[in-house]
Design a protein around this ligand. Structure first.
Ligand SMILES: NC(=O)c1ccc[n+]([C@@H]2O[C@H](COP(=O)([O-])OP(=O)(O)OC[C@H]3O[C@@H](n4cnc5c(N)ncnc54)[C@H](O)[C@@H]3O)[C@@H](O)[C@H]2O)c1
Length: 142
């Protein structure tokens, strides 16, 4: 197992489906993991088993508001992913996608962190194939 004790990683949406598994993996690899989530669709239950780990911290925060942290890497996974959730409050979903991304990009720029932005298969346009493999460029070329 590799150890990355000096690397701080911010995972937004860290209490969600993908984020909680990524938290688990990076904690196990020895990264300092900061998990940020407003618990809209995610839950503390997903990361409960990590709360007592010394290299894991949970911060309840909505990324549509600025966040000042010192980190080396950012995974921006915060956004309701399924239609029933992202259509529940379209304005908040848009704010999360736009203001949230701007806030995380601003943070990445300030602290010179690498950032990964999660997207959605909706980016392919109205698709002919379900599910879309990486080789399918859809009706648009993202
Ligand atoms: N699961 C998939 O198969 C899949 C496929 C393609 C893309 N994605 C993308 O990956 C990302 C994560 O997907 P997921 O399946 O883990 O979804 P999820 O709904 O389980 O997780 C999203 C997390 O973001 C949190 N969140 C939502 N708005 C927030 C805000 N304003 N501030 C802070 N936290 C907020 C939610 O509480 C939740 O914990 C999404 O952007 C999604 O579109 C997922």
């Amino acid at each position: 197992m590799e150890y990355h004790q000096n690397k701080r990683v911010l995972i937004t949406g860290g209490a969600g489906f993908l984020g909680s598994h990524l938290c688990e993996r990076l904690v196990a690899e020895g990264f300092e993991v900061l998990c940020v989530d407003n618990c809209f669709t995610g839950s503390r239950k997903n990361i409960f088993h990590l709360l007592d780990k010394p290299n894991f911290e949970f911060i309840r925060h909505d990324i549509t508001f600025p966040l000042y942290l010192e980190v080396d890497e950012i995974y921006n996974l915060a956004c309701p992913a399924s239609p029933v959730h992202y259509q529940f409050d379209p304005v908040q979903t848009t704010k999360t996608s736009v203001h949230g991304a701007i806030n995380m990009l601003g943070l990445a720029k300030r602290v010179k962190a690498r950032i990964l932005q999660a997207s959605t298969s909706e980016v392919y346009g109205d698709p002919d194939v379900h599910p879309q493999p990486e080789t399918y460029w859809g009706r648009v070329n993202p």
